[in-house]
Design a protein around this ligand. Structure first.
Ligand code: HEC
Length: 192
């Protein structure tokens, strides 16, 4: 009786230990599979994700050149197409602080942290007469396609945010050319 018990126990034990030639961390019988087998979605390859030629995804038709490039024909558009209000300016200020100040600094003078480390990467000042004289579309276009050593920000900043930045840059430029006439009459008395 004892022998029968042992003779059936040994093959059973061998089966459980799985003494196969190849090494594997998985036991042949997985009592606790630890979520090893589960439904999952595998990342698509580049090939599978490529858009079908001559098609445009819904909501991604960008045929409004003025809005998406700042240029119509061979001319920059003059005015920001977004409605200029406080919300847009505040959005522009936030995006400018994130994306532009590292090089252009908060005043737009061009003495940001990057050029202090890489002097060859010194931006032009946004407060110079030439940059002040630019129309809105040109500033938008510089952000969109870059210019000389100034990189393109089209992939990081959405079109709406780029227009918000244009609005903020204009406000920033006004700060260095304000005159007494710009101060509302009810606030003039407070000037020191
Ligand atoms: C990595 C550094 C860097 C960042 C970040 C950067 N710029 Fe510039 N920018 C430059 C440099 C360098 C130039 C000067 C390019 C030249 O004339 O060679 C420049 C020039 C410009 C000019 C003037 C171009 C001219 O013809 O004088 C504008 C306008 C401008 N940048 C806007 C922006 C705005 C808006 C942002 C934020 C979205 C921004 N830049 C972010 C480096 C930067």
């Amino acid at each position: 009786m004892r022998q029968i018990f042992l003779s059936s126990l040994i093959p059973a034990a061998l089966l459980l230990t799985g003494c196969v030639g190849s090494s594997s961390r998985t036991p042949p019988i997985e009592l606790i599979p630890d979520m090893k087998h589960q439904m999952k979605v595998k990342a698509q390859t580049d090939q599978a994700r490529r858009p079908v030629t001559n098609t445009v995804a819904i909501g991604h038709l960008k045929d409004d050149d003025a809005y998406y490039t700042g240029v119509v024909g061979d001319k920059y558009i003059g005015l920001n197409p977004e409605k200029i209000d406080r919300a847009l300016l505040e959005r522009g200020q936030k995006r400018f602080t994130i994306y532009c100040t590292p090089c252009h600094d908060q005043t737009g003078n061009g003495r940001g942290i990057v050029p202090t480390r890489f002097p060859s990467w010194l931006p032009s000042s946004l407060q110079d007469p030439r940059q002040k004289a630019m129309v809105d579309g040109e500033i938008f276009n510089i952000m969109t396609i870059g210019r000389r050593t100034m990189p393109s920000y089209a992939n990081q900043i959405t079109e709406k945010d780029r227009w918000a930045i244009v609005a903020y840059v204009r406000a920033l430029q006004r700060t260095t050319s304000g005159t007494l006439a710009d101060v509302p009459s009810n606030l003039k008395a407070e000037l020191k």
